[in-house]
Structure formats: C-alpha cells, structure tokens
Design a protein around this ligand. Sequence first.
Ligand code: ATR
Length: 281
Amino acid sequence: MDYRFSLIGYPIEHSLSPWIHQKFLRKAGLKGEYNLHEIDPAASFEDEIEKLKLSQVNGFNVTVPYKQDIIPLLDNVDTAAQKMGAVNTAVNNNGIWTGYNTDGVGYLRSLESKYPELLSDKSSRILIIGAGGAARGIYVVLSQDGFSRIDIANRTEKSAAHILKKRNERTTSRFLTLAEAEQFAGYYDLIIQTTSVGMKPVEEKSIFSLGNIKSDAIVSDIIYQPINTAFLMQAEKKGASLHYGHTMLLYQAQYAFELWTGKRITIDEMDEELMIELKGR
Ligand code: ATR
C-alpha cells in the first residue's frame, strides 16, 4: 500500500514536514508521499477539506491558521486535543476522521529523550513563558503527566488564566508577570520559552532575563529557527542544560506518523540532520 499524507495551512511553502515525513517513510520501509496542500484564507475551507478527504489521503497535518477551524469538520477529536482546543493531525480510518494534537506529546517525548531523569521526577518545578497555542499544548500534557508545579509567566494575565483552567488536580499552578518570573527564576528546574520572540528574522530579541536561574536548571526554547536563540545563549552562559526547539518538531512528527501508520520511527541521527537542514534554510 502506498501512503498519502498532506499538510494544510497558510503559508506552508517553507514547512519542514515533507522533509521529516519522507525520511520517516524511508526509514519505515514504506512507500508513500507527503504533499503540501496550501489553503488560501480567501477560499472556502469546508470545500477544500471535502476535496482533501475525497482524494483519499491516509491523514493530514494541520498548521496555522486552521488548527481550530478543522475541529467541526472531523468525526471525532481525542480528549487531549479537545482540551487544547486545537488539532494538528487528522487520521483517516476507513472514511472516519479523527483529530489529535501531537505538539504536547511531541514536546514531552523530546524532553524525555534528552532528560529522562527530569521527566521521572514529578516534583520538578516547571515555568512556562508565554500563553499562546504552543504553551497550552505543553501545559496540558505536562499537567496530565502529573507534574506537581507548573507556573505560567506571560505579558498579559488573561490568556494565561485560560490555560490554567486546564489544570489536572495533581498540579499546582500560578500566574506570574514576566518581571516576577525573572525575579523567582531560581525556583524552577525547567524553564520553557514558548513565545515567537527571538524567531528569525528578529533573532537578537529575548523577552526574558535568565540572570537568576539555578546553575543546574534545564532551559528550553521551542523556537527552531535559529536553533541557538538569544534566550538559549543566555542560558548557556549561566551554565544551564539546553533543550532545543527542533527536537520537538521531530517528535511531534514521530507521533503523527505513528498515528497514521502504527510505526514509531527512532529519531537518532535525524536530530543532527535536521540541524544541518535548518542551517541551510
Ligand atoms: P502560538 O499560538 O504559536 O503559541 P501565539 O498565540 O501568537 O503563538 O502566542 C504568542 C505568545 O507570545 C503569547 O503568550 C504572547 O503574549 P500575550 O498573551 O500577552 O499576547 C507572547 N508574546 C508575543 N509577542 C510578545 C512580546 N513582544 N512580548 C511579550 N510576549 C509576547
């Protein structure tokens, strides 16, 4: 059987997903293709999805700006994706379409691959900077995983307050202003930067000072272009352990591919290969 996957979003011409999934297909010894299906916001989204479904793809990924819009067009949405209010992966099971969100699990897997000891200690204290869609996905999964302390620091309280409502009963959380979080940064074992600040082409920017962090903290940035963000460079100077954004990209794709094919591909050397690919872009 030849697999057929797609990505919907706008704009998507620079997406790394075809590069990743074509490698996964090869590594799995499967035949197939992964195509871009750009949907112009001026087009009828419903019609475009109907066309995609009729083309009998096995599944598709969903990116900005359609992660919410896709939900009413699917037959089922798994519980975590419902909680996040966003779907990034749709699976075709004999014409029945189910939506998932692989971002949070992808983040967790990427962290576990590098820092398993942090993941096994649920008393590790976590700070998430930012309160957008990515922060929500990560918060939901970390809270579901049973971490006892996950705080959110953000420019505005309102969006953070929405996320904190998704709390699992084992988790204690509070909102902090960015200034408060900078002051108390030494309290946290893991600090995760989830905003788009510092992304190419405004690479020199960082909204957060890591001056007060613990020397054995793990500092993570979900931005992968550039790989070495200004935020991570600050962390490195403080002697912290680093966690890079491109690894989340690989593991969220790993989980999507697994939902489509039932095969979990090992990431191994793809981490290094993706770094090289990103530097060339
Ligand atoms: P995504 O959905 O991809 O995670 P998003 O929804 O645009 O991205 O989320 C952006 C996050 O970055 C928000 O938390 C936003 O803060 P607000 O909730 O206060 O808007 C934060 N953010 C973006 N630009 C920022 C800036 N210049 N300074 C501080 N925070 C910023």
